[in-house]
Design a protein around this ligand. Structure first.
Ligand SMILES: [Zn+2]
Length: 493
């Protein structure tokens, strides 16, 4: 049972802040000695980092989980020259418009589809049978203003079944179709180097590298069609997982992840945006209302997934900072994560930090000396490789951790300044890697977790922290060190 030193800590922390402020200002140099004494008694600035907003409470300061040596090896193998070669090959098919030729061996989406599948099958050869390549397809009927002809939509999936928990699934996807200014133009060159050759290149690089690794949960590297026409391929993919009863606990689309240069030339090479939806649009009005009433609007499964990616994807190995955007997608745009969100799966979208709209969805042309079009020359392969490392960190950390806890509740049956949470393990199997759980918490105005409280292998815990003042959630901890995304509690009692 945890014993809080809460009020004592508050006063010591505030005292340290006051003393340190005075010391730093040079007003009372004699206080230096007092500060040292306090520091010796375990008064670090870290503990007081947000004392101005909120006193330090129970538990330890939240420290982001670091990659293990296997994950570092995976990340280091992501190769910018291979990414460049993939994007150049995809562009060489002229157009990958969803309604372009499916039978021409050198031009059109069919040639691109067959090349991606062939490459994936080559990667799978190194997997000793663990990686399976499939090309599920269906016939899409015409939709006014979106798709004129009855069209075969084919996805390419590289699946590595989890060694311990095969029904728990994590997906990284990109779309291999492309477009120009007129959505229905299936004739002219539509290079789609950044949108979305870059995303497909990440799926393919991760497939190549992960083929020789053994994930505990299932990982899927996907390239889908029909995105531009109406998210057709991803809708089909999400539906297939749903109908198969798969427990998809995380899906990422990489869409436009190939450049860090803004319209005005500003470069932002070490940032990647991750768009994460708030209250699920699939929630019933009653559930959405309850979520708002308990202050849970910022803790949807997609947001917790976003926090997780920021935790594992922002480090010296990726050389990236994950900027979580509290929004499902950019204005006027959508993406392949949305069909997964619509079926209740946590999903989010990676996109480069700045977009140049002259390089997306544009006829290839020069106007007043300005080159329009989604050309390879505008892609930064090193940046795309770093985006790939963020994906590798997220995907591998998810697959090696125990599942995200389920049925997390907080007891509101009586008025108390304590908080009692309950939960169950987030897996269909008895995971021998499950070491226990942690309650994570933060002030209501903090974007990310600031504290963690290890509670062991239990399914219920009371902590001496008021649910009225903090946001709490539960995450699982693996014996291998990997920790799951957190799950937010809903009231019971
Ligand atoms: Zn796109």
């Amino acid at each position: 049972m945890l014993v809080s030193k809460f009020s004592k800590s508050v006063f010591r922390c505030l005292a340290a802040i006051i003393l340190l402020s005075a010391t730093q200002a040079g007003a009372h140099p004699g206080h230096e000695h007092e500060r040292d004494i306090l520091t010796d008694r375990d008064l670090s600035l870290d503990q007081c980092a947000f004392a101005g907003q909120w006193p330090p409470g129970v538990g330890q300061q939240f420290v982001p989980q670091a990659p293990d040596s296997e994950l570092q090896s995976i990340m280091s193998q992501i190769d910018p020259t291979r990414i460049q070669a993939i994007i150049e090959k995809l562009v060489s098919f002229g157009t990958r418009h969803t309604e372009s030729s499916q039978t021409d061996p050198v031009r059109g989406i069919g040639a691109a589809r067959d090349w991606i599948a062939e490459q994936m099958r080559g990667f799978a050869e190194a997997s000793e049978g663990r990686m399976v390549i499939t090309t599920p397809s269906y016939i899409q009927q015409p939709v006014p203003d979106q798709i004129v002809n009855t069209t075969n939509i084919t996805n390419i999936l590289a699946t590595i079944k989890g060694s311990v928990d095969p029904n728990r699934v994590y997906i990284v996807s990109g779309h291999y179709d492309s477009r120009v200014t007129n959505l229905l133009n299936n004739i002219d060159d539509a290079p789609g180097a950044d949108d979305d050759g870059s995303g497909v290149a990440i799926s393919m690089e991760l497939a190549r590298i992960l083929a020789t690794h053994i994930p505990r949960a299932t990982v899927v590297l996907a390239a889908v069609a029909g995105e531009e026409q109406g998210l057709f391929g991803s809708t089909f993919m999400a539906q297939q997982f749903f109908e198969a009863g798969a427990d998809v606990q995380g899906m990422f689309t990489n869409d436009i992840v190939g450049s860090s240069t803004a319209d005005d030339g500003t470069k932002d090479p070490n940032d990647i945006r991750l768009f994460a939806q708030g209250i699920p649009s699939t929630d019933s009005p009653a559930l959405a209302s309850e979520t708002v009433s308990i202050g849970g609007e910022n803790d949807s499964p997609a947001r917790e997934l976003g926090r997780f990616v920021a935790e594992v994807g922002t480090n010296d190995d990726t050389e990236m900072t994950v900027r979580v955007i509290y929004r499902a997608d950019r204005f006027l745009r959508g993406g392949d994560h949305e069909p997964f969100l619509a079926l209740g799966f946590p999903a989010a979208r990676f996109t480069e930090p700045n977009e140049n709209f002259a390089h997306q969805h544009q006829d290839v042309r020069v106007v007043d000396g300005v080159q329009f079009g989604d050309l390879t020359e505008f892609v930064d392969f090193e940046f795309t490789a770093r985006a790939g490392r963020v994906n590798a960190a997220a995907l591998w950390s998810l697959a090696q951790a125990p599942g995200t806890p389920r049925n997390v509740t907080i007891d509101i049956s009586v008025l108390t300044n304590n908080s009692t949470l309950t939960w169950v393990a987030g897996s269909d199997v008895d995971d021998d890697n499950l070491a226990g759980f942690e309650i994570v918490w933060r002030s209501t105005i903090e974007p990310f977790w600031t504290h963690t409280i290890p509670v062991g292998l239990v399914n219920k815990m009371t902590i001496q922290l008021s649910k009225d003042n903090a946001i709490m959630a539960v995450r699982a901890v693996g014996k291998n060190g990997f920790k799951s995304p957190a799950a937010y509690p809903f009231p019971t009692g």
